[in-house]
Write a protein that binds this ligand. Structure first.
Ligand code: DGY
Length: 324
């Protein structure tokens, strides 16, 4: 029987499947685990199940010699030192596919909320400010015929692009390489990020957070967007320079922004909080009951596979020489 350390309870009954075969420690809900607290929590465990805010640094791999797999309850694995895992012989797994539609739907919820000023309209009605229909009340931005720019045409970016067809938008994307036609939904590949930005009436961010994409969307790039553009971020907060976004919004260059993720999450830049042209969500990308339950099942399948000496279903990192 192996030992599995789980940093927080997961929705659904998946953890019970781990408990049938292994000794499982589940930490009660609490702040994210980082530094020495994470090392102590893992201790002699063979497997770690963690959340996206927990940090799994190189010291965890150095000081927890029994650890064979880090199974992250997220698709993004920027919170794990992937190179240290690889060279230390530890698998890292994530939860792709099962959260794609939920996250793409949420990106669209933000696009529509900003374009049609849903938050402002809701606030107006609740505050008693709705005094009757007016020709110019809360006019928004039409999407038909406009260009949706996607940064990062992976699974989620492509699912957001697919939904844009129904809204009559043109779709352009930037990524490391063009996608095969059947995965691009008629979207045009734009090799230069700056050229994509200059055309994107709506820009939606879907790239993973890496050293190369940290603050990829800075002030210079934000100012390349067409006047009245909408920016949506459901990827990772650090991909966007939040301070710069506040300045660009203040200048009136954008229609608004929809954010699900933040640079210093869960802190939100105070410059955003008072603005009515931004819609702010608490990292809800994958937050449907269906997606979160499926993510938990996949995490458990990955841990069970590695503890049975098999490769996991959805590896994010394959170790050089897996620990036995
Ligand atoms: C992920 O899985 O990386 C998402 O951000 C969770 O909502």
């Amino acid at each position: 029987m192996a030992e599995v350390a789980v940093t927080a309870p997961l929705p659904g009954g998946a953890i019970a499947r781990l408990q049938e075969r292994h000794s499982v420690r589940v930490r009660p809900p609490g702040p994210a685990l980082i530094g020495r607290d994470m090392v102590e929590f893992v201790g002699q465990a063979d497997a770690l199940v963690c959340l996206l805010a927990d940090r799994v640094a190189a010291e965890v791999f150095a000081l927890c010699p029994r650890l064979k797999v880090v199974a992250s309850y997220a698709v993004g694995v920027n919170n794990v030192d992937l190179e240290a895992a690889r060279t230390s012989g530890v698998w890292v797994t994530n939860t792709p596919d099962v959260l794609t539609d939920a996250t793409a739907d949420l990106a669209w919820a933000l696009i529509l909320a900003v374009a049609r000023r849903i938050g402002e309209g809701d606030g107006l009605v609740r505050s008693g400010g709705f005094t009757g229909w007016k020709p110019d009340l809360l006019l928004g931005t039409g999407l038909q015929g406009k260009t949706l720019g996607i940064v990062g045409m992976g699974r989620i970016g492509a699912a957001v692009a697919r939904r844009a067809i129904g809204f009559g938008m043109k779709i352009a994307y930037h990524g490391r390489a063009p996608k095969p036609a059947d995965e691009a939904f008629g979207a045009e590949f734009v090799a230069e990020l700056d050229s994509l930005l200059a055309r994107a009436d709506v820009l939606s961010l879907h790239c993973p957070l890496t050293p190369q994409t940290r603050r990829l969307i800075d002030e210079r790039r934000l100012r390349l967007l067409p006047h009245g553009a909408i920016l949506v971020n459901t990827s990772r907060g650090e991909v966007l320079d939040e301070e710069a976004l506040v300045r660009v919004l203040e200048s009136g260059a954008l229609a608004g922004a929809g954010l699900d993720v933040y640079e210093r999450e869960p802190e939100v830049n105070p410059g955003l909080l008072g603005r009515m042209d931004v819609v702010l969500l608490p990292h809800l990308g994958s937050a449907t009951r269906e997606a979160r339950a499926a993510m938990a099942e996949l995490v458990v399948d990955n841990v069970l596979a590695v503890l049975a000496g098999k490769p996991p279903l959805t590896p994010a990192v394959k170790p050089l020489v897996p620990r036995s």
